[in-house]
Write a protein that binds this ligand. Structure first.
Ligand code: ASP
Ligand code: MG
Length: 343
């Protein structure tokens, strides 16, 4: 059985050749230590926002320019990597689907998910071609063949397609399938399939969650989240200059910090690793020599009781009471409609 290590790289960590060189070095280091890397990637930085802009512009002539900008961003990176364009079929798919949607004049949640998935599919195609050109043996795997979303009886179509969740039980079928592929694996964050075989998304920022699902399903030894900051901090360093990186946290502490708004780790990524006792390590792609933050089970250290302070601005508490509310459907929707009208 292989010792799997999931390494997730966010948008800024996959956007330049310099960052990909670090990915190559880290993958090589793991392989020489007899570990097997599963490299989970986000779309290039700005690309998911760019695709959302394209979706919003469908039917407007400006959509053409937005599609071209996206194409150029990827082709520029391919050129800097010195590789032949490996994303021709994805670019054709993007153009065809945008054209089709322009004719109908709308983008359904199903098509929205499919269009967004192109970001991660393109970044991983580029990465696979580049790593192989550097002599790092890597297999491109479609994450949708391995992550299946859970049906949610009462969820809206938007939620089912754009913010789905998957199970995270150990998965011997996945373990066997990946065991057969030689070398490192490269795959996409953010995307999965539903029971009908349609592409679904795991919510914005969902690549961390994908990494955690892969780690839990493969029973990995570690889930590394590579980002552009050195770890989780005791406070927001933009507001508190003396804030420092936390070396070690337990799962519940990390869950609280992530849920309270630290952007370093998506809060949905913690439960799959916690349930399988897989350590999560936050690493910094521009500074790979740093140790980062390790998130693991309690009892491994005797650190300070209070770990971090978070602040939230613009939070309002509204207390409402009404008579005759028992079993009234849509009460909160009506209440919020008033606020929406007020802008
Ligand atoms: N690319 C997706 C997003 O920007 C997923 C991710 O990067 O985590 O939301
Ligand atoms: Mg993120």
């Amino acid at each position: 059985m292989s010792s799997w290590v999931v390494m997730k790289f966010g948008g800024t960590s996959v956007a330049t050749v310099a960052r990909w060189k670090t990915i190559a070095e880290e993958a090589r280091r793991l392989v020489s230590a007899n570990e097997r890397p599963v490299i989970v990637c986000s779309a290039l930085s700005g690309v998911s926002d760019g695709i959302e802009t394209i979706i919003a512009l469908v039917g407007d002539p400006k959509v053409q320019g937005a599609v071209e900008a996206l194409e150029q961003q990827h082709l520029r990176l391919a050129e800097e990597m010195g590789i032949k364009n490996p994303i021709e079929s994805e670019l054709t798919e993007l153009k065809n689907q945008v054209q089709g949607a322009s004719l109908i004049g709308e983008v359904s949640p199903r098509l929205h998910a499919r269009l967004m998935s192109l970001g991660e599919r393109m970044s991983t195609k580029l990465g696979a071609a580049y790593l192989n050109s550097l002599g790092v043996n890597v297999q491109w795997v479609d994450a949708r063949d391995h992550l299946r979303s859970l049906p949610e009886a009462n969820a809206s179509t938007e939620r089912q397609f754009l913010s789905a969740e998957c199970d995270f039980e150990a998965d011997p079928t996945m373990q066997q399938a990946l065991e057969c592929a030689p070398g490192a694996i490269i795959t996409q964050g953010f995307i999965a399939r539903n029971g009908d075989g349609d592409t679904v998304l795991l919510g914005r920022g969902g690549s961390d969650t994908s990494a955690a699902y892969f780690a839990a399903k493969l029973n990995a030894v570690r889930c590394e989240i590579w980002t552009d900051v050195p770890g989780m901090f005791t406070a927001d360093p933009r507001h508190v200059p003396t804030a420092r990186v936390l070396r070690s946290l337990d799962y519940d502490e990390a869950q609280e910090i992530a849920t309270m708004g630290a952007k370093v780790l998506h809060p949905r990524a913690i439960p799959p690793c916690k349930s399988a006792s897989i350590p999560i390590v936050i690493r910094c792609t521009p500074r790979p020599e740093l140790n980062g933050t390790v998130i693991h089970s309690r009892g491994l250290g005797n650190e300070a009781g209070v770990k971090a302070i978070s602040a939230r601005k613009g939070v309002m508490l509204i207390s409402m009471e009404t008579v005759g509310m028992w079993q009234t459907v849509g009460f909160l929707a009506d209440a919020f409609a008033v606020f929406k009208r007020l802008g």
